[in-house]
Design a binder for this molecule. Structure first.
Ligand SMILES: C[S@@+](CC[C@H](N)C(=O)[O-])C[C@H]1O[C@@H](n2cnc3c(N)ncnc32)[C@H](O)[C@@H]1O
Length: 239
């Protein structure tokens, strides 16, 4: 009897080690990637004076339409901050869909958890990520959004590389940012294109958003196998 319990424990340990090795093979550590060749903005939240002003600008409605956010899909909100998009997209994806609300700032995550609990949003999962890795479940994401936060990512190459395993093969990544230098809380479009292309992402569309000085750029991801290996990624410089 003892021998069979020991055998089960050994088998479980081997399976768990294999699972960790599988995940580790798909992810790379922070020090594997080049540092960005441009300033990284300080973390701030929120961007607008209040959510009403933001609703009036119609940013969320434009994002839903251009990215095709619909019932039943899983949306990863990377850098979810105070939860502006979490609250608006939760009813759009509905009970069969899911919002993975990820951030790296513990204080924002705590407030966001309270907001989600207070509103009773049952289709939201809060995730604590790292600057080089959003740590999302493998093969889970239909649409990933990075709104007014790309310029704050300390490790953009690591984050975009380690995001890939969590994406479904036909996933779309929508990046909203201002037409401004990264030091002024925006990302120049050509710099964004260069940084994403250097990991293997392909641009699908680019739209100027009405109501603000921002754009929505949509990208298709590379496969896990076709990502640029971390040591081959060359940091882009602002033009
Ligand atoms: C200006 S706020 C925008 C919040 C939200 N996306 C919105 O549009 O209201 C930027 C957020 O990005 C988060 N952030 C910065 N670097 C990040 C990273 N590497 N990964 C995930 N979140 C990050 C910050 O903690 C902050 O909550």
């Amino acid at each position: 009897m003892r021998a069979s319990i020991a055998a089960v424990l050994v088998a479980a340990l081997i399976a768990s080690a294999a699972a960790q090795e599988f995940t580790a093979a798909k992810h790379a550590p922070a020090n594997a990637f080049p540092k960005p060749g441009r300033p990284v903005a300080a973390i701030v939240s929120p961007v607008w004076r209040d959510e009403k002003e933001r609703d009036n600008a119609g940013e969320s409605a434009q994002l839903v339409r251009l990215l095709g956010v619909k019932p039943g899909i899983t949306v990863a909100d990377i850098g979810a901050g105070s939860g502006y998009y979490v609250v608006r997209l939760s009813p759009v994806v509905g009970a069969r869909g899911r919002i993975l609300a990820e951030d790296v700032t513990p204080a924002y995550l705590r407030k966001l958890r309270n907001r989600v609990n207070d509103l009773g949003l049952e289709n939201v999962t809060i995730i604590s990520g790292a600057p080089h890795d959003p740590m999302l479940p493998i093969g889970s994401v239909d649409v990933a959004i990075l709104v007014h936060m790309y310029h704050e990512i300390a490790q953009p190459y690591g984050l975009m590389y380690n995001l890939v395993p969590s994406l479904k093969p036909d996933a779309r990544i929508g990046i909203v940012d201002a037409f401004a230098p990264t030091s002024e809380h925006g990302t120049p479009p050509d710099l964004l294109r260069c940084e994403l292309a250097s990991v293997g992402y392909r641009e699908i569309s680019f739209d100027r958003l009405s109501g603000s000085n921002a754009y929505l750029a949509i990208f298709a991801p590379p496969s896990v196998e076709s990502r640029t290996p971390p040591q081959a990624i060359v940091a882009c410089k602002p033009g």
